[in-house]
Design a protein around this ligand. Structure first.
Ligand code: SF4
Length: 183
């Protein structure tokens, strides 16, 4: 059975994918690494939702919060702040995906996973092309057989299922970083 490391951005984007992976017999572990989320209160809220949901399903979850929010977010800002003026779906978002997926690929390679993928790909607000570029970039960074799984998580009824299951969670008003907070 393939071991899948699922990078999760939040619970609403993860529920339908987790359901599909379970129904199709995959051995999945959730990986939470989202230092882009601002402010800390929002970060903790999104994290606690996915941790609680994973626990309710009995799916293992890795919380890659080794440094605490402030330090993690500062590291992410060093990459994203020079691109603050970029629109959503611009270069800042590509770098943001690369940053998060690089950590996912590294953890997956070090812990014997066969493939990694991301729930970022389930949202129509995000560019699938950018996500796939970032996933391939992350795969190439690690010296391992781990593969980036380029599955389109919006097809086969998954997008509709995502929207249905998302209703049980906190309704997020923006993508995540301070540059995406809607005025
Ligand atoms: S808008 Fe979203 S994807 Fe783009 S940089 Fe901000 S958090 Fe990352």
């Amino acid at each position: 059975m393939k071991r899948i490391l699922l990078h999760s951005c939040c619970a609403p984007c993860s529920a339908a994918i987790l359901e599909w992976l379970g129904e199709n017999g995959y051995d999945v572990t959730i990986f939470f690494y989202n230092p882009n989320i601002y402010p800390e209160e929002e970060y903790l809220k999104r994290k606690s939702e996915i941790v609680g949901y994973a626990n309710s399903l009995g799916v293992p979850i890795v919380d890659m919060d080794e440094q605490g929010w402030s330090e993690q977010h500062s590291g992410w800002l060093s990459v994203a702040e020079p691109l603050a003026a970029e629109p959503e779906r611009g270069n800042r978002c590509l770098e943001c995906f690369k940053y998060r997926l690089a950590a996912t690929a590294k953890y997956g390679a070090e812990n014997g996973f066969d493939m990694f993928t991301t729930t970022l790909a389930s949202s129509r607000w995000k560019s699938l092309e950018q996500i796939n570029l970032a996933g391939r970039y992350a795969q190439e960074l690690v010296d391992s057989k781990i593969e980036f799984w380029e599955k389109n998580w919006r097809k086969g009824g998954l997008y509709e299922r995502r929207n249905l299951l998302a209703k049980q969670f906190y309704n997020q008003q923006y993508c995540g970083c301070e540059f995406s907070v809607r005025k």
